[in-house]
Design a protein around this ligand. Structure first.
Ligand SMILES: *Cc1c(COP(=O)(O)O)cnc(C)c1O
Length: 379
């Protein structure tokens, strides 16, 4: 990636840099497929809630997928139509449900019977009808990191297959609930696209079973989870959207008039973002060198949290390579962005880019060690 290094020199580090062109290209790949098939794509705002990003996403015409009341609020404040907002989450508090009802969001993705009963009750109090989709746990293995699989029996998410039909029967007598459809989300950073074929097959079975019980399904929401190439952000700056959407077109048996919804987070924003940090010290150990940078795990927690890989580059040095452990200033041994990383010869003051940091980066930042939040720019 060609970074505007001149613009960087005067900025306080660390900061998030978002490449507008990459984001625009990604969005046009998505909207092209969306138009081709008449699909509905919602951006999972938990991946990145920066107004600079949301502005581009709104202009591209995507909807929003939320997992908290504040995300619903954030989507509204950033100009998204309530009727393009869907709201999932296993633990929606009463105020969050009321917020969604009052705003008139498109759909609650409901994760349990007790939640459904409370939505019905609160909607009754407000004299509203809540559109809901049942988030079904399809027991499909996403072949991804265990912390980010969500569609297996042992995960806390969704309604078990065994319970779906009885819940549908109960909904028939809930006055303030309208069952709009079924919802799935099986995990994140899924790079084996065959997983989505398995999901389609499972959904086809579920649809047949529900039809046999005369349950009407207006919309199917297949969630998100499409992965990106963290190893090669320059060679593959976009996720495989073409094959991804084609799989659903080919393998999912939609009924006449049925809508198909997607909730993509990472695949839309990961590659446009980098965390830019400055080298404070190069410390020579007996057997290795440490590049100590001014960004820490509080700015980008993915390596510490999931052992996630981010490509690391020295973007100011042109000198011959050496190996460094790239570490932050936070007082935790897990505050390490990479071990034995091959970098251009590094010295104090150099700028380092942690690539593919546009998703689950800035949004997960904390004040740990009372550190300030990194700023962000999108020139
Ligand atoms: C996190 C999440 C998404 C987005 O996941 P990505 O892997 O970022 O695409 C979609 N739907 C739900 C319900 C989620 O919780």
């Amino acid at each position: 990636m060609a970074f505007p290094i001149n613009k960087f020199q005067s900025l306080k580090t660390p900061f998030y840099y978002y490449d507008r062109e990459i984001l625009k290209q990604t969005l046009s790949l998505v909207t092209e497929k969306q138009r081709q098939y008449g699909y509905h794509v919602h951006f999972a705002v938990k991946a990145n809630a920066n107004p600079l990003i949301l502005n581009e996403i709104r202009e591209a015409g995507l909807g929003i997928d939320c997992v908290s009341g504040n995300e619903v609020q954030c989507a509204l404040e950033n100009g998204f139509d309530a009727n393009k907002i869907v709201f999932a989450g296993v633990g929606k508090a009463d105020w969050e449900i009321k917020l969604g009802l009052e705003a008139g969001i498109q759909c609650f993705n409901v994760e349990s019977l007790p939640e459904l009963e409370i939505i019905n009750e609160l909607a009754g109090e407000l004299n509203k009808t809540a559109n809901v989709a049942l988030r079904i746990n399809p027991n499909v293995d996403a072949h991804t990191h265990s912390y980010i699989t969500t569609g297996m029996e042992e995960n806390k998410f969704g309604i078990g297959l065994w319970e779906v039909e009885s819940i549908c029967e109960k909904i028939a007598s809930m006055k303030n609930i309208h069952l709009k459809g079924i919802h799935f989300h099986i995990g994140s950073q899924i790079t084996d696209l065959d997983v989505f074929k398995v999901l389609c097959t499972r959904i086809n079975e579920i649809q047949k079973n529900l039809e046999a019980k005369k349950v009407k399904i207006e919309s199917v929401n297949v969630g998100g989870g499409l992965g990106i190439d963290y190893e090669h952000p320059d060679e593959r700056p976009h996720a495989d959207f073409g094959n991804y959407f084609d799989i659903f077109h080919k393998f999912l048996e939609l009924r006449n008039g049925q809508e198909l919804h997607f909730e993509l987070g990472r695949a839309i924003v990961a590659q446009c973002g980098s965390l830019i940090t400055r080298v404070l010290y190069v410390k020579e150990g007996q057997h290795k060198k440490f590049a100590i940078v001014d960004a820490g795990m509080n700015d980008l927690i993915r390596p510490a949290l999931y052992h996630a890989y981010h490509k690391i580059e020295n973007i100011t040095s042109q000198e011959e390579c050496d190996k460094y452990d790239v570490v932050g200033p936070v007082c935790e041994s897990s505050d390490c962005f990479g071990k034995e990383v091959v970098l251009n010869k590094t010295k104090r003051g150099d700028l380092i880019a942690l690539r593919s940091a546009g998703a689950y980066g800035e949004v997960m930042a904390s004040h740990y060690n009372l550190r300030e939040f990194a700023q962000s720019i999108m020139p």
